[in-house]
Design a protein. Structure first.
Ligand SMILES: [Zn+2]
Length: 375
């Protein structure tokens, strides 16, 4: 049928997979020098030239007209290392640090990882996110300043599973250790669209998978800074306990939903892991943000599904325009259930300044909207 998302974008059957269930078993670490190993390159060769080109964050509101200018952007990316080498006069990670801050520098690709890393670090390391709160992360374009920061960092943490399509470009010239924090998570494949069959990258939306991230980060920190290895291990244990508590809250707030209300319809198909854990049926407008957004087929399929199943509420995420989903709301009896957070935390004074807040906020928003309660 060629319909993106619908009909084929089915979440795995809810099989009593509890939120407290460990995912993926033991921690597996990939240690590689950034950008030097053939494995690094090979991992990203399936991305294709269009993906490498990327586009600006502003393009996320452009809907179906968002493709193009690939050559120009590819050229812009190629010039990045040159700009970085020449220096732009703006502050780098090293120069931005206070003179007396000699802690090792850890760069993460997005804010959720930075928050987890900060909790595990407990102040021993200087943790910073490359992308800022609210940023589109799938097709982020590193700036010359980002490239300089990577070159100065002691460790770069990335999610992996094709989330950061820009990462190989980004770390190409960096000498930092590079760790993929989703290693060991049992992946759920993307069910439709141009990335069909590839792992869905949004594993952190499962608190159980989040524990794997924590273990990987603690192991990477211990390698980087063996002197504080015991601290990292104990911070990780504390944090995993808090994560398990949130997982239990999430499970109990969603497990009471009647069958008719157990559908999670969002803009991006970013909730496969959450839906699996909570036993919800996942539907979405587009499979991944780097796919086309809000096409006629996606809209028709969503509206048909909502009408056919009498879906009470639908949702969209903070890092994309909700315009398409509002159109679904206008065309059906479904309510707009609220903004969910997946790909980015909010600013410190916003609704989800931390990863644990993000998980809690989404569970409460989903459960309130589907049952018609106030959040
Ligand atoms: Zn996403």
């Amino acid at each position: 049928m060629g319909l993106l998302g619908f009909g084929r974008g089915r979440a795995p059957r809810p099989g009593g997979a509890g939120l407290g269930r460990p995912v993926g078993g033991r921690t597996v670490r990939t240690r590689r020098r950034a950008g030097v190993g053939p494995g690094r390159e090979a991992q990203h060769t399936d991305v294709g030239p269009a993906r490498q080109a990327g586009h600006t964050g502003a393009a996320r509101h452009e809907g179906t007209a968002r493709r193009g200018a690939a050559g120009l952007l590819a050229l812009a990316l190629l010039t990045l290392p040159v700009l970085a080498a020449c220096g732009t006069g703006s502050d780098s990670a090293a120069s931005a640090a206070p003179a007396d801050d000699d802690r090792p520098v850890v760069l993460t690709t997005f804010t959720v990882l930075a928050d987890i890393a900060e909790n595990v670090s407990g102040g021993h390391l200087r943790v910073e996110s490359i992308t800022k709160p609210g940023a589109e992360i799938h097709e982020y374009e590193p700036t010359p300043d980002d490239v300089k920061k990577a070159a100065a960092a002691d460790l770069v943490l990335e999610n992996g599973m094709n989330l950061e399509t820009w990462i190989s470009q980004f770390v190409q010239n960096a000498d930092a250790e590079h760790v993929t924090v989703s290693e060991g998570v049992e992946p759920i494949d993307i069910a439709a669209g141009s990335y069909e069959g590839k792992p869905n990258p949004h594993a952190w939306m499962s608190p159980a998978a989040g524990e794997v991230y924590v273990d990987n980060i603690a192991a990477a920190f211990s390698d980087l800074d063996p002197e504080h290895a015991d601290d990292y291990a104990s911070h990780a244990e504390d944090y995993k306990e808090r994560l398990r508590d949130v997982g239990e809250e999430l499970e109990s707030s969603l497990s009471g939903l009647p069958e008719r209300q157990r559908v999670l319809l969002t803009c991006e198909g970013a909730f496969s892991y959450l839906a699996r854990d909570a036993g919800l049926t996942e539907r979405y407008l587009w499979p991944v943000n780097s796919d086309e957004q809000g096409t006629a087929q996606q809209m028709t399929a969503a509206i048909d599904y909502v009408e056919e199943h009498d879906v009470p509420a639908v949702f969209c995420e903070s890092t994309v325009s909700d315009q398409s989903m509002q159109q679904v709301v206008t065309s059906t009896n479904a309510a707009y259930g609220g903004t969910l957070y997946v790909d980015s935390l909010s600013e410190a004074d916003g609704p989800v300044p931390t990863y644990l807040d993000l998980l809690r906020h989404d569970a409460e928003t989903i459960s309130a909207a589907l049952t018609g309660r106030d959040a």
